[in-house]
Write a protein that binds this ligand. Structure first.
Ligand SMILES: Cc1ncc(COP(=O)(O)O)c(C=O)c1O
Length: 402
């Protein structure tokens, strides 16, 4: 009998997605009849707009879309993504610099797989989205955390980045607006970080998937446009999921210099080939249409954001800086760790989240999932009434902490 492990070391090292695990537990409790309110979801609660669905229905009827198409994406979609990037970010790219992927997630994997050799370091601002560490690890890269907290609204400074840079640093991962914190870098901050990266010859991988979800006075700035000095060492990741309420359609993209895009396309040609044509045609309708659907969602998210942040900050022991983008609040619950609550003493935000799920029937994602224990992530992409009810239940429970 072979004593070799059944599952490879590389794949065994991948953790279960903590956000999906919380969601699964909440759904199981719901299925068992308990009135759980979930703040775990990372997706808009709106349906995909009708004109996008119509485009998909038409595409499904066309025999040419029943066949394989180019692995890197339909030419008309690649052109539309290039045009959209020029429209929204002022960044001029050719269709040949676009690779259409199975959601933004595949773009994340392919970007790191294409750029990293074993031992190459990637600077990642924590709290970070759960998928990045796994994609970096699988590519043989080494993640170097740049930890931020509520005192700066989870924004990293050039000084912090410089302190983490070594001779092995190849890539800076720049995410604004951020999942999980909702932090948005100003134009000045973006320029300063981009210039620092350019000065040190770093690549910048920038995830722009929440570009259209910014609130109040905040503005989205594409680092690629703001810092021309970065030249051709920028890779942009994006997709239709969050802007057009299309998480289930699985269309994202990667934009970069031709050599990187060509290499990533070769990888995709052996992994998944073309993204489902029906989804690509839906995405074409989305990116070449106007932004009225996202404007409507943004107004609803903004209202819910303000309600949630106000309610969270009224809870003793909870502090939530104002998120400026995406659809998440990221409050600190550090003061509540170790306090007595319903006969228990949670020793981590993970344990506190479990207690809240059991006692208040509310699901939140603990900060452990995002590299910073002591926090919760709450999505405000859910109905106003559920939001108020859910946060009220948490407030009532946590007010008993002693
Ligand atoms: C920051 C960020 N990037 C990328 C994605 C990928 O989205 P999708 O694969 O659904 O397009 C997500 C989804 O949660 C995200 O939060």
């Amino acid at each position: 009998m072979s004593t070799r492990p059944r599952v490879s070391a590389r794949i065994s090292a991948i953790s279960e997605s903590a956000t999906l695990a919380v969601d699964a537990k909440a759904k199981a409790m719901k299925a068992a009849g308990r009135p759980v309110i979930g703040f775990g979801a990372g997706e808009p609660d709106f349906p995909t707009p009708g004109y996008i669905i119509e485009a998909a229905v038409q595409a499904a009827r066309e025999p040419r879309f029943h066949k394989y198409t180019p692995a890197g994406g339909l030419p008309e979609l690649k052109q539309a993504i290039a045009d959209k990037t020029r429209r929204d970010s002022g960044y001029a790219v050719e269709a040949s610099q676009v690779l259409v992927t199975n959601g933004g997630k595949q773009a994340v994997y392919e970007a790191f797989a294409t750029l990293l050799d074993p031992g190459d370091e990637v600077l990642v601002v924590a709290p970070y989205w759960t998928t990045y560490p796994e994609a970096i690890k699988l590519a043989g890269g080494v993640q170097v955390d740049v930890v931020t907290d509520e005192s700066t609204g989870y924004l990293a400074s050039v000084e912090q980045l410089e302190a983490a840079r070594t001779e092995r640093t190849k890539v800076l991962l720049f995410v604004s607006p951020s999942n999980p914190t909702g932090a948005v870098y100003s134009r000045e901050q973006t320029e300063a970080i981009g210039r620092w990266a350019a000065e040190h010859g770093l690549w910048v991988v920038t995830d722009e998937i929440y570009e259209h979800l910014v609130y109040g006075g905040a503005e989205f700035t594409s680092i690629a446009t703001a810092v021309p000095e970065l030249g051709d060492r920028v890779v942009i990741l994006n997709g239709v999921a969050k802007t057009y309420a299309m998480t289930g359609w699985r269309v994202g993209w990667l934009i970069g210099p031709s050599d990187v895009v060509k290499a990533a396309t070769n990888l995709q040609s052996h992994a998944t080939s073309n993204v489902a044509n029906v989804s690509q045609m839906a995405a074409l309708a989305a990116v070449s249409g106007d932004l009225s659907a996202v404007a409507e969602m943004r107004a609803a998210f903004d209202r819910r954001r303000q309600t949630m942040v106000r309610m969270l900050n009224e809870i003793p022991g909870v502090f939530c800086p104002e998120p400026k983008g995406a659809f998440y609040a990221y409050p600190s619950v550090k003061e509540l760790i170790g306090k007595e609550l319903r006969g228990r003493r949670p020793q981590s935000s993970g344990e506190l989240a479990e207690l809240i799920l059991e006692e208040a029937e509310v699901a939140v994602v603990p900060g452990e999932a995002f590299g910073t224990p002591g926090y919760f992530r709450l999505s405000y992409a859910l109905g106003d009434d559920d939001l108020v009810e859910g946060v009220s239940r948490v407030a009532k429970l946590l007010s008993e902490a002693r």
